[in-house]
Write a protein that binds this ligand. Sequence first.
Ligand SMILES: [Zn+2]
Length: 301
Amino acid sequence: MDYDLKIVGGFIVDGTGSPGYAGDIGICDGKVVAMGHAPAGARTTIDARGQVVAPGIVDIHTHYDAQLLWDRKLSISPWHGVTTVVVGNCGFGIAPTRKEHRSLILRTLENVEGMSVKALEAGLGDEWGFETFPEYLDVVEKKGTLINVAVLLGHTPLRLYALGPESTERAARPEEVRQMKNLMREGLEAGALGYATSKSPTHVGYEGRPVPSRLAEFSEIREIASALGDAGEGVIQATVGKELSFDEFAELNRVSGRHVSWTALLGGGGVLLPGREGGGGGGGVRVARAAETPPPPPPPP
Ligand SMILES: [Zn+2]
């Protein structure tokens, strides 16, 4: 049997954690059918001498939500061997977004992710071609991307959609929470990978305001997350902050039965994330702290 494609002479790192080794790879019908030793001929052969041959990297935390609409290559990820990206992390995204809130959502991204509003406006143009999350997915799919893209539905656009500018000021009313949960359900049906949110004090949006998700009470987050439980699919991504830490992640897992991943473990000298136990919004989870160096011994007498 000849292979469709053969990659020869590369240093194979198979992704299992096993040590790498030199060898050839044979591929048929898009599947690896020989690895290490691939003696048959092939219609196409790639000489990979001096190169590492490895599975594509899945980057589960990116913010390409806007960029992928004008940069189908999602540069620079593929340059580093990334073949799948997840967007919508930290609860940011650009859908669903009503026309009148476009400027607010772009200025939020500008502040929190350091993206130039001028670049965002130039890239997205006047006609976004979507308002709802399912419409956004349709546009992404229609434009096409060089690598695989999975989209988390972000709490920040969800909240801005349901509450308008007040999303940076107050808790949601019961009917607004219900609306967000319904939009989450609709998003999952359309193909969302899951739900993302953030309570991180570092997530500051337009005019220095907290991003909308930071104003959410935990009951709101739990209710939206429960849509994943109803659907029996999806994952939850959350960025640690006030009233959103390990106990709450466990609760989200309980109500939804879905996996929760959290971002990020911040390093630095005794970083104290604002949390549940008072004190400047602080006293919460000490996520990481620099090693405590014992005092030097007293000089000998
Ligand atoms: Zn992020």
